[in-house]
Design a protein around this ligand. Structure first.
Ligand SMILES: Nc1ncnc2c1ncn2[C@@H]1O[C@H](COP(=O)(O)OP(=O)(O)OP(=O)(O)O)[C@@H](O)[C@H]1O
Ligand SMILES: [Mg+2]
Length: 587
């Protein structure tokens, strides 16, 4: 599960600050210009007051002068607005880019253990829906709300200066209305968060059913997935409805917020004007400015709900963004001139801090030797390869990579020394050429073709409609399992790294194709260290040493001939396969 960090409002703000701080200058410019704009507005209100009073006093000269001043101040206001919008626009675009950049960078640095413990659909929802809310919040709501608050404060001071009694009377309804809105909308935070969580779950279900579409169809699971999806959606709907039930109470208070102050201001203001407590000009400038306050409060419910929504989304987004990533330190050891390429020294490992999958495992693999790992399904062979590539942290012992503790290696550098063909082949959506180039992005097409030939893939690729430019769908759905494996081998061959890890790399191939690949791979593996995991024991007879694993331990090791004679686990496995093969042959 995600490392649950409790995010208070303040903590979310502090976290957001990390994105904003780079743009202090732009934000300062925006804030100064916005505050100036508030000043312009107040000045304009004052000019309204003066010009109305001079009109009432039939003082034409003053009226002309104030009208001219008003025209100038409106132009000044327009210029300020232009530049404040510009500075905010630049800030908004850049900060959006930064948020997205940090999201993708973080996503790719997350350790495999994290990916496996959390549903990809949920994580993707956090990096799409929730991230958009965070963006809108930082890029739109946050500073605009701040400016509105400043505007309300300055405007209030100005209005109080005109007449305190009128100010109190006009806005008296605002605090109780706001209080009620707050009471109504408080639980909405919970509902929004839950609804967001449900959306994540729904995404996961869609992804599962889409990803496993063959199984869904083959086992008639359509209804099951639909029901699961509907259940989650209905659950989310329940929270939405709860939210809507609350939301319906808000408009009446909104109307109170919007209309009542105007009515009170006009009636009570007229009364004060008759009593000569304020001038007509003052009343008009009061009415002009009170709009600022009224509209701010009228929009407050929606501002609050979008803030609440954004805080909920930010929590979910930051929860992932603040999980620890793979380490980025380590040295780039250049000299690979060592006796051993890989050594396991008393390595114990478990995926979930439960039972150990590998138990005090120790072995050395001599440089440039070819080693095979064999053993029953689930005994830990793939785990050994994944640990060599440092995909997980071990609990105890040491793994040495070219005689330096792999914890001291830079992960990037260590992985650059490994050509890894994993048990599950993944092809990226794109052309076959692109997929092989993954091994070495700078390789020329001739090198790609050479690698494909070694992987016995060249011929079938040429038979495809666009040859190397044929697009393979998501997960290479248009290719057979064996074809996908061959592309994956070509990719590893192209990488040409000093260590080759082959995890059941030819398991989906027929014996003939396997033999062809093996022959060419032998040449590729010359001068390299190779660790081969294979169930088909006939394919690893010629390696320098076979390590036989059972339940996370090495129980036997040696050359094929010796192991067969040993009468241990290997000879049993071999005899079983040999007999099966004989039976197949005789059929
Ligand atoms: N990512 C993981 N999280 C938790 N447990 C895992 C994970 N991967 C493997 N295991 C468990 O670790 C054990 C060893 O798995 P591993 O994949 O290394 O076996 P294997 O020898 O390669 O098997 P196979 O021959 O079937 O590929 C198994 O019991 C498996 O359930
Ligand atoms: Mg395996």
């Amino acid at each position: 599960m995600l490392e649950r960090n409790k995010y208070s409002f303040i903590k979310v703000m502090i976290r957001m600050y990390t994105f904003i701080k780079e743009y202090k200058l732009l934000i300062t410019i925006y804030m100064i210009l916005s505050v100036l704009n508030i000043g312009v507005n107040l000045f304009l209100a004052n000019l309204i007051n003066e010009s109305i009073n001079s009109a009432i006093n039939l003082d034409k000269n003053k009226l002309y002068s104030y009208t001219f001043q008003m025209a100038v101040i409106i132009i000044v206001g327009l210029v300020i607005t232009y530049f404040s919008t510009l500075s905010y626009g630049i800030f908004k675009t850049r900060v959006m880019l930064d948020v997205r950049k940090s999201a993708i960078a973080h996503l790719e640095k997350l350790p495999l253990s994290f990916m496996e413990k959390n549903h990809s659909g949920d994580i993707i929802s956090r990096f799409t829906n929730d991230l958009s809310s965070v963006q809108t919040f930082i890029g739109d709501d946050l500073f605009k709300t701040l400016i509105q608050i400043i505007s309300v404060i300055f405007t209030s001071i100005y209005l109080i200066a005109i007449n305190l009694k009128l100010f109190i009377a006009t806005f008296i309804v605002i605090p109780p209305a706001l209080f009620m809105i707050n009471v109504i909308s408080k639980p909405m935070e919970k509902y929004f968060k839950q609804a967001s969580r449900n959306l994540g779950q729904a995404n996961s279900i869609v992804q599962d059913s889409y990803g496993g579409i063959f199984i869904v169809k083959a086992f008639n699971l359509e209804k099951l997935f639909q029901d699961k999806y509907l259940e989650v959606i209905k659950n989310g709907l329940k929270y939405n409805i709860k939210g809507v039930h609350r939301l319906k109470f808000i408009p009446p208070f909104n109307i109170i917020l919007r209309s009542t102050p105007f009515a009170i201001c006009l009636i009570y203001g007229a009364y004060l004007s008759i009593n000569k407590e304020i001038s007509t000009g003052q009343l008009l400038s009061f009415t002009y400015l009170m709009g600022n306050i009224v509209w701010t409060f009228a929009f407050l419910p929606s501002t609050i709900s979008s803030l609440i929504n954004a805080i909920g989304a930010s929590e979910r987004f930051f929860e992932v963004l603040d999980t620890s990533t793979e380490r980025e330190d380590g040295k780039r050891f250049e000299s690979l001139d060592t006796k051993n390429s890989i050594s396991f020294k008393n390595v114990s490992f478990s995926y979930n801090e439960g039972t150990n999958i590998l138990k005090e495992l120790s072995f050395d693999i001599k440089k440039d030797s070819k080693i095979a790992l064999v053993g029953a399904s689930g005994c830990g062979k793939s785990t050994v390869l994944k640990l060599i590539a440092s995909f997980y942290n071990i609990q105890s012992g040491n793994i040495e990579f070219f005689e330096n503790n792999s914890k001291e290696w830079s992960l990037n550098h260590l992985r650059s020394k490994i050509s890894y063909v994993s048990q599950d082949t993944y092809l990226f959506p794109g052309s076959i050429l692109d997929n092989i180039l993954v091994g070495n992005l700078h390789a020329a097409k001739e090198e790609v073709i050479k690698a494909a030939r070694i992987a016995n893939a060249h011929e079938f690729i040429l038979e495809l409609p666009q040859g190397y430019d044929t697009m393979v769908g998501e997960r290479g759905i248009k290719l057979s399992g064996g074809q996908r494996q061959r592309i994956s081998i070509a990719r590893a061959v192209l990488k040409n790294a000093p260590i080759i890890l082959l995890d059941e790399a030819t398991s989906a191939l027929d014996t003939l194709s396997e033999a062809v690949i093996q022959e060419s791979l032998e040449k590729v593996m010359e001068g390299k260290t190779a660790i081969i995991v294979a169930h088909r024991l006939s394919s690893i007879k010629h390696v320098d040493e076979i390590l036989v694993m059972d339940n996370g331990c090495i129980v036997e090791r040696g050359k094929h001939e010796n192991l067969v004679k040993n009468n241990g686990l290997y000879s049993k496995l071999y005899a079983k396969q040999f007999n099966d093969y004989d039976i197949q042959e005789s059929i």
